[in-house]
Design a protein around this ligand. Structure first.
Ligand code: ATP
Ligand code: MG
Length: 138
């Protein structure tokens, strides 16, 4: 699975109407979209997704935000997909993100930073399986 990663266009970016711009940037950067859908997570589903951050002080705010509206979940393919997608996303805090990154262009704050990306091949596989069944990956 080392050529696959998992991404989310978060509720802030969906609300801002930038789904189309972000998907254009993803395909322009050479990713192949293997799965994609619009979902609206319940609080429980967001808590399950971000379970690794359960003990962090920002966990309640993060899960409330991620369940506050629809988001787009995606499985993305590229050589070295995990680091490639994190490079395109930019730093977690949009204020520190490099020019040309998605978080620089579309992120509003540390908490509402437009996109998510897996941090390892192992987590990419877990996260893709959390949202997509085998038949939804093309
Ligand atoms: P993501 O997992 O969403 O791709 P990331 O891997 O860059 O982001 P993580 O450390 O995994 O960053 O944090 C997950 C999310 O939690 C961040 O995207 C951000 O929205 C939020 N977050 C992280 N640190 C803070 C913080 N100190 N205050 C508020 N929110 C935070
Ligand atoms: Mg992370």
């Amino acid at each position: 699975m080392e050529n696959l990663t998992f991404g989310i266009i978060k509720p802030d970016a969906v609300k801002a109407g930038t789904i189309g711009s972000i998907i254009q940037r993803i395909t322009d950067d050479g990713f192949r979209i293997r799965a994609l859908k619009l979902i609206h997570m319940t609080l429980k589903q967001a808590e399950g997704f971000y379970a690794v951050h359960r003990e962090r002080p920002f966990f309640p705010g993060l899960t409330e935000f991620m369940s506050s509206g629809p988001c787009v979940v995606m499985a993305l393919e590229k050589t070295g997909a995990v680091p490639a997608w994190r490079n395109l996303m930019g730093a977690t805090d949009p204020a520190k993100a490099d020019e040309g990154t998605l978080r620089k262009a579309f992120g509003g704050s540390l908490g509402e930073n437009a996109v998510h990306g897996s941090d390892s091949d192992e987590n990419a596989a877990i996260e893709i399986a959390y949202f997509f069944s085998q038949i939804e990956i093309v």
